[in-house]
Design a protein. Structure first.
Length: 74
């Protein structure tokens, strides 16, 4: 059984999902001290939360690239 060939934007979608989940984890870790009443993290930790948006944009670029490649084939 062979694996299907990956599309034009599949790798971008995978990388975007990984970056998004790293950003989501950073968001959970950064927001937790605010609910626990402990000292908040430094501003650099809040900057890591932006990885959610970056990952979403990378994944969206992969979807657009796949759609564009599919349209070129048709």
């Amino acid at each position: 059984m062979s694996t299907p060939p990956s599309g034009a934007g599949d790798r971008l979608v995978r990388v975007g999902a990984i970056v998004f989940f790293i950003g989501a984890l950073a968001t959970l870790v950064t927001v937790a001290p605010l609910f626990l009443g402990t000292d908040p993290f430094p501003p650099f930790a809040y900057a890591l939360c932006m990885l959610m948006g970056v990952g979403f944009l990378i994944a969206a670029a992969g979807v657009v690239r796949s759609a564009w490649a599919g349209r070129q084939r048709a």
